[in-house]
Design a protein around this ligand. Sequence first.
Ligand SMILES: Nc1ncnc2c1ncn2[C@@H]1O[C@H](COP(=O)(O)OP(=O)(O)OP(=O)(O)O)[C@@H](O)[C@H]1O
Length: 542
Amino acid sequence: MIVHRRLLQLADSVKGPIAACVGLGLAVSAAYVAQAVLVAAALAALVRGDAPAAVRLLAWAFAVIALRAALLWARETVRVWAGALIRARLRDRLIVHLSRLGPAHLAGVRTGHVQTTLVDGVEGMDPYFSRYLPQVVVTFCVPVALVGWLFSVNAAAATILGVAVAAVLIIPRFWDATLLRRGRGRWAAFAELAADHLEAMQGMATLRAFGAVGTLGTRLAGRAHDLYLTTMRQLRISLVETGVSAFFIQAGTAGAILAATTAGSAWEMFAVLVIAVECFRPVKNLSEAWHAGYLGITAVDGVEDLLSAPPTVEDRGTRHDLPSAPAIRFEDVTFTYPGSKSPAVREVDFTVEAGQTVALVGPSGAGKSTLAALLQRHYDPDRGTISVGGVDVRDLTLDALRGGVAVVAQDTYLFHGTVAENLRLARPDATDEELTAAARLACAHDFIAELPDGYDTRLGERGATLSGGQRQRLAIARALLADAPVLVLDEATSHVDARTEQALSEVRRGRTCLMIAHRPDTIRQADRVVALENGTVLETVA
Ligand SMILES: Nc1ncnc2c1ncn2[C@@H]1O[C@H](COP(=O)(O)OP(=O)(O)OP(=O)(O)O)[C@@H](O)[C@H]1O
């Protein structure tokens, strides 16, 4: 029985559904006990020779059975409802936090780990909260109440049952720490296996190109074996725990029945018999709920890691006002990536005048992307300031800043969905006419119109069914729809054709643009060129 501190904190946001599950769990247990006591009383009446009383009592027992069926149905319905609510709330919380952490967090962790936490971890927590935790409460309340009541019927049987119940509830606690540790080991092995599988799928083309599919297969087999070993280690402890519980349940029941043989009346004996059975029913149910809720307990580390990771930047700004085509100023900016020894950019100082385009050029690793990331506040500089329209970016709310900066990245991310859905990411309320107008300006309308279902054509994951140039023109249309005053443009080195070139100059019009440029043609279109080397500005050319 593990009641984890962090899981209890998480339960705080779903108190209502959990309380409903506890209430119905107690009601179901009460119905079992009532039925057992009625049957015991009916049997005692039969022994006394009071048949009418026995019939009456059995009729009540049948009514309780019907009531219990209704309660069980209600409990299952509430469990499913509570489970869905718990999963939705937990995922919302994790996704909101993940979006606060931003790409900086994902750069330092394996995507597969995060995905496993979000999918399997949250799935596993549903039974922990909707089944296991309510059953823990029932398991503590019902046997204690029954033993307490049994003292008024037969003190010797009550004492024996009390000792057995205490043993079943307390002794397995000595293994909890080991069980939790092994559970964490199992979760780590599970998350590694899931992350490797995700990477294998994402990198299948590369693996095949280098003939490395077999090597990866061996690695995955090793991971699967690790998972098997950690599962068996955890299972061994669980089995010992189950064995100890079973021993005390049998011993307690047998002892109570032996004590009942000295009972003075038939009622006393039947009462001891049924209470001995009902005392341990919640314990057995807890053992079943444990297996359902175990994944949630083991996943808590992944959830904890995610929720306790501090956002790379604080959202403390209060300003929302971003003027149209604002000037962008980098003043003495120095920044070192977390964990790096030397700065990625050092004392960088330059201005992109209002409505102008500055091309950032320089060799690979010079710091171009880092400056673009700093402008969007994926990180904050260690020294110096970056301002947009005269406002320090730290004084703007993150929503205002990110809503004011549109990005056309070199590797545009398109989601599995229709062309229209992908475009509307930038502006969900855009009309069809606005969509078409943006696509026309971005020189994307013609190829979209030729797709089998036009704007309703489903794109493969990451836009796999489109060419690089087409993907980038869709990204440009998306930026046009976003209508942000600032544009960050990561010029593609490989897929620039004449049409994309035209679209790029269109999207820059009336906006202030920071462009990571590689090709001489694009560099010539910029108003100024800032040449970087080793993180510092080498020269600025007008
Ligand atoms: N997430 C990161 N963590 C640690 N160091 C990083 C990270 N991203 C980039 N760097 C380092 O910062 C330096 C600047 O990298 P940056 O990506 O800004 O260069 P770049 O000029 O955009 O290069 P490219 O043209 O190849 O994209 C490099 O030395 C790089 O290794």
